[in-house]
Design a protein around this ligand. Structure first.
Ligand code: SF4
Ligand code: SF4
Length: 90
């Protein structure tokens, strides 16, 4: 995943067209993304990661509107948001 993206804002689109990825093993469970997301995409994992934190998971990816707030606020660069690749392997 890219550490920095040149565009600060992705075009906000209809829900359902965004891939949201959290690098769960890098997450320190600060909760910033959970609090900033306007459409409740994130939730806590019930098992700890290798750092010993209970990290964030992508619980409702279908809600995502691509606002990129989570991508911008995560202090540990754990989150990536991108337009879904239709017909791709991912
Ligand atoms: S891009 Fe916006 S809507 Fe999508 S998960 Fe991040 S904060 Fe939520
Ligand atoms: S903002 Fe980043 S480090 Fe904080 S809970 Fe979310 S994914 Fe984890």
């Amino acid at each position: 995943m890219a550490l920095f993206k040149l565009e600060k804002k992705a075009p906000r689109g209809p829900a359902g067209k965004w891939d949201v990825v959290v690098a769960e093993d890098m997450c320190k469970a600060c909760g910033f993304c959970l609090n900033v997301c306007p459409v409740d995409v994130f939730a806590w994992r019930k098992t700890p990661n290798r750092l010993g934190w209970f990290p964030m998971i992508v619980a409702k990816e279908q809600n995502c509107i691509g606002c990129m707030l989570c991508y911008q606020i995560c202090p540990d660069f754990c989150i990536d948001v991108a337009v879904k690749q239709v017909g791709g392997l991912n």
